[in-house]
Ligand binder design. Structure first.
Ligand SMILES: NC(=O)c1ccc[n+]([C@@H]2O[C@H](COP(=O)([O-])OP(=O)(O)OC[C@H]3O[C@@H](n4cnc5c(N)ncnc54)[C@H](OP(=O)(O)O)[C@@H]3O)[C@@H](O)[C@H]2O)c1
Length: 385
């Protein structure tokens, strides 16, 4: 009997990981911590999993997915004594995916990514002590931990540089969370998994995560963009990231304890992105790299404007423009060596994502949680295709 404890399984990347772990039959049971608890957790889980499964599959997998009430911000993760005892008896692996991605909020990032990760670390230590060891503790981090850089290819070994500034509270707290893990449970078998910018799915146009996609489509549709055409864009699809996390988390032995789940030197330039849209007859913007600093300064001022399209556009520009213009890519030799595969280039599926996201008005057509007995008949929009 093998079981794992997962945080963040009801989120965007977490749903890919859960789908992949189930596909692999990696565990007999997967405990999913959710703020919704058992009842609300099923609705949250269906919302996340309908991108992957129809209702029949959802209810077929549900018995092995054990939803437990928990919150990164609560003392001891808010897990009951009964649940902690069950986890100590059954779980040989822990995967911490949950985080706050709210780059504008110091408070949200501090509470979820630092206090929350410290509570997960304490749980990992408790489980390891109770069981006499742990098969693996996986932490989903981000390549953003490498700080503010320009025109570089960054390897895992050189990515943490305490002399560099961080882009935002999100990057800063994820970086210190990695540090806590190394300092406090570095004696256990840990693996740190760092996705770069994740956008869309190489197998289908639908997505449920839109901020970055919305920013990308705006950039394609703009008359001019403050980017140099030779800028490399390290974008990867969620299906690659989800399957890489699942495989690296469950592989019996690993060569390294940290992996960039990135496109690395295979990243395409802004010019190569442009060519895809031009070939499809879509008018593309002028590249005006000289506008980069003024655009960032203006977006910083307008991000605080009253809620509306102006503040949304400015906020997205402020947060994401650096990732679109810094020409930093993350070496992926480790992950491609370990798994024997890399991500599908964004230029092969980005056009379909752009078209679908615009036609869907940046909203996934969610269906409500189907009743279990209707599950055999009901299907998600995806499964109905
Ligand atoms: N998406 C990307 O482009 C990207 C890139 C690099 C790294 N990452 C990393 O990938 C991981 C997952 O990101 P994502 O894009 O899947 O984010 P997401 O869709 O926002 O999901 C976040 C998950 O964290 C959970 N969570 C947040 N705050 C929590 C709290 N206080 N207590 C318990 N659970 C909480 C959410 O649960 P609820 O359902 O209860 O809200 C949700 O399941 C994060 O660690 C992130 O740093 C993502």
């Amino acid at each position: 009997m093998s079981a794992a404890f997962l945080t963040g399984g009801t989120g965007y990347l977490g749903s890919y990981v859960v789908a992949d772990l189930c596909e692999r039959g990696a565990f007999d049971k997967i405990y999913l911590m959710s703020r919704g608890g058992e009842r609300g957790g099923v609705d949250k889980l269906w919302r996340a999993m309908q991108l992957h499964w129809d209702a029949e599959r959802f209810y077929a997998e549900l018995p092995k997915l054990v939803l437990v009430e928990g919150d990164l911000g609560a003392p001891g993760l808010g897990l009951s004594e009964r649940v902690r005892g069950e986890l100590a008896r059954e779980c040989d692996s822990v995967l911490h995916v949950a985080a706050s991605l709210n780059r504008k909020s110091d408070k949200a990032c501090f509470n979820a990514n630092l206090r929350g990760t410290l509570s997960v670390i304490k749980l990992v230590r408790e489980l390891a002590e109770a069981r006499g060891g742990l098969r693996r503790f996986g932490y989903v981090s981000t390549t953003a931990v490498s700080g503010t850089r320009e025109h570089q290819t960054v390897t895992e070994a050189e990515s943490i540089d305490w002399d560099l500034s961080d882009y935002d509270p999100y990057a800063r707290t994820k970086k210190f969370a990695e540090h806590m893990i190394r300092e406090l449970v570095g004696d256990l078998p840990i693996v740190i998994l760092r996705p770069p910018t994740v956008m869309g799915d190489s197998r289908r146009p639908e997505t449920t995560q839109f901020d970055m996609v919305r920013f990308y489509t705006w950039m394609v549709d703009a008359p001019a963009v403050p980017i140099h055409p030779d800028t490399r864009l390290d974008f990867v699809p969620a299906d690659f990231v989800g399957s890489a996390i699942a495989e690296l988390f469950t592989k019996p032995t690993l060569r390294w304890d940290c992996y960039h789940l990135s496109a690395g030197e295979g990243s395409k330039t802004a010019r190569e992105h442009e060519q895809v849209f031009q070939a499809a007859g879509i008018r593309t913007p002028f590249f005006v790299p000289g506008l980069n600093s003024p655009a960032l300064a203006l977006s910083g001022q307008l991000a605080g404007a009253p809620r509306g399209m102006v503040s949304l556009a400015a906020s997205l520009m402020k947060v994401f423009l650096p990732y679109f213009s810094n020409d930093v890519v993350f070496d992926n030799t480790r992950v491609t060596t370990e798994l024997g595969r890399g991500p599908t280039p964004f230029t092969e599926y980005g056009l379909a994502l752009y078209r679908w996201a615009k036609s869907a008005r940046f909203e996934y057509p969610y269906t409500p949680t189907p009743a279990p007995r209707a599950a055999a008949r009901a299907t998600s929009p995806r499964a109905a295709e």
